[in-house]
Design a protein around this ligand. Structure first.
Ligand SMILES: NC(=O)c1ccc[n+]([C@@H]2O[C@H](COP(=O)([O-])OP(=O)(O)OC[C@H]3O[C@@H](n4cnc5c(N)ncnc54)[C@H](OP(=O)(O)O)[C@@H]3O)[C@@H](O)[C@H]2O)c1
Length: 239
């Protein structure tokens, strides 16, 4: 295992699995400010991303379907209205960006198809405009066994919602097959709790705790703009 990046302390457990606990020091604002495009900026994780990205000094373009859904205002915040299912709208927002973050979420019967299309549009546009780093939220892995449950959780686990069906994996193919510097961030279960400014990361089936706040997920996603540790990997996150 490589020496960890400056802000993570890492412990390595058996069979090549990795659990990272981090961060161990505060991120210095303005340390690494880039123009960043955020999809799903009006969503629950997306709003945490916008707020934290601005606090870190990034210039943020928030891609939203309606500007009325985003209350944040800031001199370094640009709001672009569009539908991610429209490739022209995605292209229009991509020009001049250095990195892309996605906290998109879809519901309903066609959710999986929409997500596949959205990812294709983003990946294609990023390549067209030579934007390389793509950090995207993704559903938890379809395989079970990545979540550490307490006694009650273990008793209830047969009745808990199963991880998303394999069809969700399709949305990730266009990202994984691309030459982009992608990071697929797979939280176990998102909560609205306040940030704890800590998380556990698993790459390779080490168990992590069930549940992590959206604010901590946003913090992890933003950290991926400035280190390469999880590039082309799908880290599973727990709180
Ligand atoms: N819930 C969990 O436990 C869990 C666990 C692991 C991973 N995840 C993943 O986390 C992601 C985000 O979760 P969340 O709860 O933060 O999401 P959320 O609050 O539902 O936000 C979803 C965002 O996607 C935007 N969006 C949807 N369709 C769009 C379109 N056609 N064009 C542009 N924007 C569109 C929404 O915009 P509007 O405001 O216009 O609707 C909203 O900003 C999901 O992808 C989910 O798979 C969730």
């Amino acid at each position: 295992m490589d020496k960890p990046d400056d802000m993570l302390s890492i412990s390595v457990t058996g069979r090549g699995n990795t659990v990272a606990y981090g961060p161990t020091r505060e991120q210095k604002p303005e340390e690494f400010a880039v123009p960043v495009l955020i999809f799903g900026a009006s969503g629950r994780t997306g709003q945490c991303l916008v707020e934290q990205a601005l606090a870190a000094g990034h210039t943020v373009t928030a891609f939203v379907r309606s500007r009325s859904t985003l209350s944040a205002r800031h001199p370094k915040l640009h709001i672009v209205e569009g539908d991610v299912l429209n490739p022209d709208a995605v292209d229009a927002a991509m020009l001049g960006q250095r990195a892309v973050l996605s906290a998109l979420g879809f519901s309903g019967r066609r959710a999986s198809d929409s997500l596949v299309k959205a990812m294709e549009h983003i990946v294609t546009s990023m390549q067209r405009y030579r934007v390389h780093r793509f950090v995207s939220l993704a559903p938890p892995p379809a395989k079970d066994g990545w979540v550490r449950r307490g006694l009650i959780g273990r008793l209830l686990s047969p009745f808990l919602q199963k991880p998303p069906a394999q069809s969700w994996e399709r949305q990730l193919d266009s990202i994984r097959g691309s030459p982009l510097e992608w990071v697929l961030v797979r939280p176990t279960r998102l909560t609205n709790e306040p940030a704890r400014k800590s998380y556990q990361v698993s790459v390779g089936w080490t168990e992590v705790p069930d549940g992590i706040s959206r604010a901590d997920v946003a913090m992890f996603m933003l950290e991926q703009l400035q280190n390469r540790r999880y590039v082309r990997l799908s880290p599973v996150l727990g709180g």
